[in-house]
Ligand binder design. Structure first.
Ligand SMILES: Nc1ncnc2c1ncn2[C@@H]1O[C@H](COP(=O)(O)OP(=O)(O)O)[C@@H](O)[C@H]1O
Ligand SMILES: [Mg+2]
Length: 390
């Protein structure tokens, strides 16, 4: 018995017919309506007709000659049929298109031309996500952490922020995108696989395979580790788009440690992020670099989601926060105290700060996690207070 009902939108007649056959071929889903036109506005009759079928999935074909119309359709359908999951079928060669589709509300982005296997996998991911109690069907949130310059504290913040998020919502992943991955060291994990393994296996990557590439910390946090040596061949931004497309369907929070990595991959992941935290120190060289980093990453349109986190913070005479914010074009979101002994022994011993009772710095990072999730109804807010008890 097919479990899922699917509404197909494709302006090309052949493609529409193909999609219908492929959907029905999965045997877990069946096409309930097939539309040759894309909706143009919320009151478009095709939207009302589709609502009458109450589909579980809406499949929108992104044809090369109709990209804008297809993206607009995704946005409208996502908005007007909030209980349906929108899947897009489009080219994998344009990372910016994948990002735009995801921003418009696409839950799965499937390669065009499509196969029954691709569709089947996407349907299975949807049904298993729906079966998990308490897991709403919305996509996870990505927080990217990048430093103004090496040694500012990106990895320290990323690792501890991920642990703080894991303690309030047990579905958190840490992805190490740094040129040389240090997250595993901070967490005292010895991962057998890295991000590269996930990327080279993208063609067959499903939830199970992805989890097998991740190392599990004893607090439940899942780490997709970074390379232990610089990579000879860097994956493309489109590869990262596909990887993150899958990850946001599987995890509630994804913390990315980009550290000093400044390239198209960090740009792409930034453009998928809820917030990009720029870790800087309150000194001239660090703040100058922060401005340059924000400028580079902001060129792909992520500017309004940047926030500064001042690490190793102490009050310095003559330091003007408002001037700093204006110069960098990002607000100061948080300040983390300077606690060299606590931080460096945590790293040396592989026991992160969040695992070591309450220190001023653990409280500070818990406070940052609380602020970043303040609008999320499903987090166990009371758990933040555990870090606060003195
Ligand atoms: N809040 C802090 N207080 C004191 N020392 C810190 C703090 N945060 C980081 N450090 C120190 O800075 C060093 C670099 O931190 P790390 O997280 O590796 O930076 P990045 O990833 O930006 O290069 C660490 O070895 C740690 O000892
Ligand atoms: Mg680092």
């Amino acid at each position: 018995m097919p479990e899922l009902s699917v509404a197909v939108f494709a302006t090309d007649n052949d493609q529409r017919a193909v999609l219908q056959v492929l959907v029905d071929g999965t045997s877990v889903a069946r096409t309930v309506c097939s539309n040759p036109t894309m909706p143009l506005a919320a009151n478009d009759p095709v939207i009302r007709r589709t609502q009458a079928f109450a589909p579980d999935v809406i499949l929108v074909d992104i044809a090369a000659e109709g990209i804008t119309a297809a993206l607009r359709a995704v946005e409208l359908l996502h908005q007007e049929l909030p209980n349906a999951a929108v899947f897009a079928v489009g080219p994998m060669t344009q990372p910016q298109l994948i990002v735009s589709a995801m921003r418009a509300g696409v839950r799965e982005y499937i390669e065009r031309p499509t196969t029954t296997t691709d569709l089947l996998e996407a349907f299975v991911r949807l049904t298993s996500a729906r079966r998990k109690p308490g897991r709403e069907s919305s996509r996870g949130k990505v927080f990217t952490i990048v430093n103004a310059k090496g040694g500012s504290g990106s990895t320290t913040v990323a690792v501890n922020l991920a642990l703080a998020l894991q303690s309030v919502h047990e579905s958190t992943a840490l992805v190490d995108l740094a040129p040389l991955g240090h997250c595993a060291l901070h967490l005292n994990l010895k991962p057998a696989f890295t991000v590269s393994n996930a990327i080279t296996n993208l063609h067959r990557l499903d939830s199970e395979l992805l989890h097998s590439f991740m190392a599990r910390h004893d607090r439940g946090l899942q780490l997709l580790a970074g390379p232990a040596a610089p990579l000879a061949l860097e994956p493309s931004a489109a590869d990262f788009a596909r990887l993150f497309d899958m990850m946001v369907g599987l995890f509630r929070y994804i913390v990315v440690d980009a550290s000093s990595r400044l390239d198209s991959a960090t740009r792409l992941v930034s453009s998928l992020s809820e917030k990009i935290l720029l870790i800087a120190h309150a000194d001239v060289a660090s703040l100058w670099s922060a401005g340059r980093v924000a400028q580079y990453l902001g060129e792909s349109g992520s500017r309004d989601r940047f926030a500064l986190v001042l690490n190793r913070y102490r009050k310095v005479a003559g330091f003007n926060e408002a001037e700093t914010e204006a110069a960098i074009g990002a607000p100061v979101l948080w300040r983390i105290p300077n606690q060299y002994f606590a931080v460096s022994t945590a790293i040396d011993r592989g026991i992160p700060l969040m695992q070591q009772g309450t220190t001023e710095i653990a409280r500070s990072i818990a406070g940052l996690a609380e602020l970043l999730t303040k609008d999320d109804l499903d987090v166990k807010r009371t758990k933040f207070s555990l870090f606060k008890t003195v």
